[in-house]
Design a protein around this ligand. Structure first.
Ligand code: SAJ
Length: 422
């Protein structure tokens, strides 16, 4: 049973309306295709159906509003029949750095009853090697009346492929359309069908491969970045010990035509780079000493920043912490090293911890309940503090009045003010 050609795809269902699923649903809907977005969170569904959004991403509000107003995007809490299903639910890790596939298993079980002959199912969530085949096995167990690619059938009723999302938060709407896509089907026909589908809205090239390779490509990309950041973080410790300015050293080393050292920071955050390398480690623990060491180097950086801050500051003096988000100019606090640093500092230091984060309206609950934390503006925090720590390189911090800093002890983990003391 052949899947639909691009102009026969009338209805798409996106399961999981988060940082990837919602932008994807909105882009497809704005191409004139009917899209149902599915999310277990009833509040999220209600927000989207009003034409609003529950996450921060440039221009997403405009796109969702127009998709909902045109009638092409609607959200619901349970899947309905469609021609194509995209799975974009979280794949976090659990205790022991093990992948947690429970959201995918749950999504597969709610999707199974509405599957019909000719459907295409695409897994976009970043996943351990073997997950696409696992989804086929879950669906096959629930729907013995349908044939699946795993049944050794060259023309199965249901086609299944992995096409990992590779978009950078802050640039999602551009990268969703312009980036090349890696598409790994459970068979060559599955890959071809998935490519037909993505040609509806992707301008980049669709590179076809098998599912295992596509799964590992995505994990390798994020582990590669984590390893490179770990090198920069390790060099920042070396420079501190040897009293060398790490930013100057990296600037000069990067003049070499084959060297490009990334930037050190307070640690690595976000729901991707701090998580995905562990999926490779889980599948091949003995083959991954470098990936594991990199994770430990990056995870160790917050404690080093805390040590520096405690050493620099009198016990009762205030410390200003600039930035909570895991990287510049976003509001995402997930796995943020800045959050870990602020929380541990508040527990280990007697003085006040003055927190400046221009992208949120109030402190998250875990910091709000602490007695010695306070949410502040930049000027107030810097005036009251003896020590100032830059944790996130938000644009706002680059343009501040640096004359306020001349009498302060500075710990600039992002190197944004490296020239301010010259
Ligand atoms: N960081 C540094 N130094 C650097 C670069 C980054 O300390 O030189 C830190 C950031 O401050 C942040 C963390 O690393 O805490 C991750 O930030 P990022 O901008 O490197 O990446 P993410 O997590 O926002 O998005 C990544 C991207 N992957 C790659 O660049 C290989 C994106 O393309 C993926 O789609 C995304 O993960 C994902 O969803 O997997």
């Amino acid at each position: 049973m052949a899947s639909k050609t691009p102009n026969e795809i009338k209805k798409v269902s996106v399961i999981g309306l988060g940082y990837v699923g919602l932008p994807t649903a909105a882009i497809i809907a704005n191409r004139g295709i009917n899209v149902t977005g599915v999310d277990v969170n009833a509040e999220t569904v209600e927000t989207i159906n009003k034409g609003d959004i529950h996450i921060v991403e440039p221009d997403l509000d405009i796109l969702v509003r127009s998709a909902v107003a045109s009638g092409n995007l609607n959200a619901t809490t349970s899947p309905e029949p469609a021609d194509v299903f995209i799975l974009a639910v979280p794949t976090p890790f659990k205790d022991g750095n093990k992948p947690d596939l429970s959201y995918l298993e749950q999504a597969s079980s709610t999707l199974a009853p509405v599957l019909e002959k000719g459907n295409l199912v695409v897994l976009e969530s970043t996943s351990p090697v073997g997950t696409t085949a696992q989804i086929a096995a879950w669906l096959e167990a629930a729907r013995p009346d349908l044939t699946f690619p795993s049944s050794d059938n060259s023309d199965p009723d249901i086609s299944i492929a992995h096409s990992p999302e590779r978009v950078l938060p802050g640039r999602v709407l551009i990268e969703l359309v312009d980036n090349d896509r890696v598409i790994g089907g459970l068979s060559e026909t599955c890959s071809e069908r998935a490519k037909n589908f993505y040609s509806l809205f992707v301008n980049g090239t669709c590179q076809l491969t098998n599912a295992h390779t596509a799964e590992l490509v995505k994990l390798a990309e994020n582990a590669y970045r984590d390893t490179n950041i770990a090198f920069a973080n390790e060099m920042s410790l070396v420079c501190d010990k040897l009293d060398v300015d790490v930013w100057k050293m990296i600037e000069l080393a990067n003049l070499h035509p084959r060297v490009e050292i990334l930037k050190p920071g307070p640690g690595v955050g976000g729901h991707c780079i701090a998580v995905d390398p562990w999926f490779i480690v889980d599948s091949a623990p003995e083959q991954t000493p470098l990936i594991q060491a990199s994770r430990h180097v990056n995870d160790g950086k917050p404690d080093w920043v805390i040590e520096q801050a405690l050493e620099a500051t009198e016990p009762k003096a205030a410390i200003a912490c600039l930035g909570l988000a895991y990287k510049a100019d976003i509001d995402d606090l997930r796995e943020s090293p800045a959050m870990e640093i602020v929380e541990k500092l508040a527990a280990q230091h007697d003085g006040e911890i003055l927190i400046v984060e221009p992208n949120i309206a109030e402190l998250p609950p875990n910091l709000k309940i602490l007695e010695n934390t306070k949410y502040c503006g930049y000027e107030q925090a810097v005036q009251q503090a003896d020590t100032v720590i830059v944790l996130t390189d938000h644009s706002e911090f680059k343009d501040v009045d640096q004359s306020l800093l001349t009498t302060k002890k500075l710990i600039d983990t992002r190197g944004i003010w490296r020239d301010s003391r010259k």
